[in-house]
Design a protein around this ligand. Structure first.
Ligand code: 6PG
Length: 244
């Protein structure tokens, strides 16, 4: 059963996300000497990334033990305004002492399928060829259509149950996106959605309603195999959810 934590506003969600990031990272570093996190793109997590690089959090972790991955990436250069790497780099990565070798960027330029394979190879090396990657933390957002990472409703990657990474054709963007697959996400130790804003309220209520609609929404398919799932939301996003 996912845990839904409601906060007053996006800034409080960002603080809660930064607190959770540090808590999970400390446990992973203490326990296994490293912390692996797949960052979400989009706008919601940016505040949390900025906080983590700020004075309240930057001294809380040994960043040399932190390994940064991406839940998905647009097929653009790393300095493109659409790049999830660029957003995370500007908000956080460039402001913290994370070794360059610990930042596992998805190649966005060139053949999407080849880049998906390259990223999967890097993941398999990092996770010592395990059956599935076990990220210590996967951060996710949710689109108004219920997508997460770059798993969009009706897109082919939703059916990918063997590969860890897929090049996913997104009709409405007339473009490929590179994304972790559902099983690659669902094998994580901790998964946290960050969702804010009234514009997400209807879809969030639908996703959390657990009514298995005819076509399940991608965000409803995020079900950790043996990990935790939390939703960090603000009141505006939770306005349609009873008891929030
Ligand atoms: C991306 C994200 C995507 C995002 C949602 C929500 O590449 O954009 O992976 O899944 O999390 O679209 O985006 P917002 O946080 O901007 O609403």
């Amino acid at each position: 059963m996912p845990q839904v934590l409601t906060f007053d506003d996006p800034q409080e969600v960002a603080h809660a996300a930064a607190d959770r990031f540090v808590e999970i990272a400390r446990a992973a570093i203490d326990g296994r000497g490293r912390f692996s996190v797949a960052l979400s793109g989009g706008s919601t997590p940016k505040r949390a990334y900025e906080l983590l690089a700020g004075e309240d959090y930057r001294d809380e972790l040994d960043w040399s033990k932190v390994h940064i991955f991406f839940g998905d990436e647009r097929c653009v250069p790393p300095d493109d305004a659409e790049s999830n790497y660029r957003m995370a780099n500007e908000a956080m990565l460039s402001r913290l002492p994370i070794p360059a070798r610990n930042i596992h960027r998805v190649q966005g330029v060139g053949d999407a399928s080849a880049n998906a394979r390259l990223y999967e190879d890097e993941l398999r090396t990092f996770f010592n060829d395990a059956a599935w990657p076990r990220f210590d933390l996967v951060l996710l957002g949710m689109g108004e259509d219920g997508h997460t990472a770059s798993l969009f409703p009706g897109s082919s990657a939703l059916n990918e149950l063997e590969a860890w990474v897929a090049a996913n054709w997104i009709e409405k963007f007339n473009a490929f996106r590179i994304t972790l697959t559902l099983p690659a996400i669902n094998h994580a130790a901790h998964i946290a959605f960050l969702v804010t804003g009234e514009n997400k309220a209807d879809r969030l209520a639908e996703v959390l309603s657990h009514e298995s609609s005819s076509e399940q929404l991608p965000s409803q398919l995020i079900k950790p195999v043996s990990g935790s799932l939390e939703w960090l939301i603000d009141k505006a996003a939770g306005v349609r959810i009873a008891g929030v």
